[in-house]
Design a protein around this ligand. Structure first.
Ligand code: AMP
Ligand code: ZN
Length: 465
């Protein structure tokens, strides 16, 4: 498989440390609010990566954390604790907030057919591991204590700027602009490993430690959980591009200082989903969730289809027009598959050919739109029996996870029903005006989406086909 590695800024041939087994870590959700559809785009890409690797024959050991610990905006302890803020807003404890939004996250994932990683671990469950790592970092001189807090000394790290590819001077400007300088640090990029001195004095989440009662910094959980469940060598680490700096940069610094060797070979980052105002962001407050899309009559899997139509390394600007198009194309595709004859009649001659094409699309830096093209090629191939097409589509759907061969009940929601009634009215109007071309177009468009209009003397009704 060829995959773009952020660490070396190029597409590389993927070779895991252990033959056939891939150790993969993905940064999980921060559970102080619902995941927005941008976050979910990243999880869809990671799901495709995991399933794509499996399709290629690897056994994937995948671990994900859930950030349920009071999450600071930045390292200098002057950000806002989003968990505490949500708890106040919703009159709940921080633990209740974390539990509620963690469940909501996995419900959204299930709707999008994103498989839950084999191991999912809450950050608050592994404080002992973070303490063990921090103790070693202090012993070996990578960390220092200042004003009650423990910081990582970035000047001691090897190749600190390698992942981000930034130069220290650019970062200096970035840091100064966004972060109120923490006077306890030796230099501005040093980051907190453990805080005992905090402006959040009545923080609900705190633990005892050799340095006093406090809480971990916001990078150590991923190093700790990954080390605990995947060991000293990681094959792939994923996340969205915003994680490259500082989060992943700091993960590398502390993990490699702790382990004493290179930690992870491939860093895979998903580009962002933007809205018309720019990057979609949880802290902006006003963001789109899967629930929002559902309430407007879209199916979650049409959103998955929308994401798969673009490459994970390209930015994608979300528009409802784009999603409308995706929903239509997805419905049409499902409808076309539904009409295939299911009588068993498998022709094996071209199965390998198409499976290899599909593997090539996966291996080409996870080219999801090429994967879909292979699927359309199968549908178009006149030499294949319907049953063989279904066999291949089901096989590809192990990766695409679009429920392509699953027939839903003929149930529609209110939103779709009012859309159909509106179309019927438009068609009646067109017929009244003798605009039969428009009338036919409307009928055909609905038919393509699996809705057949039935004209009778009493008027027009419809059925789901
Ligand atoms: P969070 O829950 O905010 O920690 O983010 C969860 C994941 O979503 C991380 O991997 C982020 O890098 C990613 N992410 C955040 N914003 C976006 C966005 N607008 N588009 C795509 N991925 C995002
Ligand atoms: Zn992480």
């Amino acid at each position: 498989m060829e995959i773009y590695n952020t660490l070396n800024k190029k597409i590389e041939t993927f070779t895991p440390n252990e033959e056939n087994t891939v150790r993969m870590y993905t940064c999980g959700p921060t559970v102080y609010h619902y995941a927005h559809i941008g976050n979910l785009r990243t999880y869809i890409s990671e799901d495709i990566l995991e399933k794509g690797l499996e399709y290629l024959g690897y056994n994937v050991l995948r671990v994900m954390n859930v950030t349920d610990v009071g999450h600071l905006e930045n390292d200098s302890d002057d950000g806002e604790d989003k968990m505490e803020k949500s708890a106040k807003r919703e009159h709940k404890s921080v633990y209740e907030i974390a539990e509620f939004y963690e469940r909501a996250f996995f419900e959204d994932c299930a709707k999008l057919n994103i498989r839950k990683p084999r191991i999912v671990e809450r950050a608050t469950k592994h404080i002992d591991t973070y303490i063990k790592i921090i103790e070693k970092l202090l012993d070996t001189g990578y960390a220092y204590i200042s004003n009650g807090n423990v910081y990582f000394d970035v000047s001691k790290a090897n190749g600190y700027y390698k992942l981000s590819g930034k130069n220290p001077d650019d970062l200096k400007i970035g840091v100064r602009e966004t972060v109120e300088e923490d006077k306890s640090k030796k230099n501005p990029y040093d980051f907190g490993l453990w805080f005992t001195v905090s402006k959040f004095s009545n923080q609900e989440m705190k633990w005892d430690s050799p340095w006093g009662v406090g809480y971990p910094g916001w990078h150590i959980e991923c190093s700790g959980i990954s080390y605990k469940f995947l060991g000293e060598h990681l094959d792939i680490h994923c996340g969205g591009v915003d994680n490259i700096f500082p989060h992943h940069t700091n993960e590398i610094a502390q993990s490699e200082a702790f382990l004493g060797h290179k930690w992870c070979n491939y860093w895979v980052h998903g580009e962002h989903l933007n809205d018309s105002t720019g990057k979609m962001s949880k802290s902006k407050g006003d963001f789109l969730t899967i629930g929002t899309l559902e309430s407007k009559g879209y199916s979650p899997l049409a959103y998955r289809f929308y994401c798969l139509s673009s490459h994970y390394r390209n930015q994608l600007t979300f528009t409802y027009e784009g999603l409308d198009e995706a929903q239509k194309t997805y419905n049409k595709l499902k409808n076309r598959i539904k009409k295939l004859d299911r009588t068993p009649n498998l022709h094996e001659s071209k199965i390998d050919f198409y499976q290899n094409k599909f593997k090539q699309a996966i291996s080409n830096d996870l080219n999801t739109s090429s994967m879909l093209t292979v699927l359309y090629d199968v549908l178009k191939d006149k030499e294949l029996t319907d049953f063989t097409k279904l066999y291949l589509i089901e096989d590809f759907d192990k990766v695409l996870s679009l429920d392509l061969t699953i027939e839903e009940e003929n149930k529609i929601n209110e939103e779709t029903e009012s859309m159909i009634l509106k179309k019927i009215e438009e068609r009646n109007e067109a017929k009244k005006n003798k605009d039969f071309a428009t009338a036919d177009r409307i009928r055909n468009e609905l038919f393509d989406e699996g809705i057949r209009l039935i004209d009778s003397r009493e008027g027009t009704t419809y059925e789901i086909i």
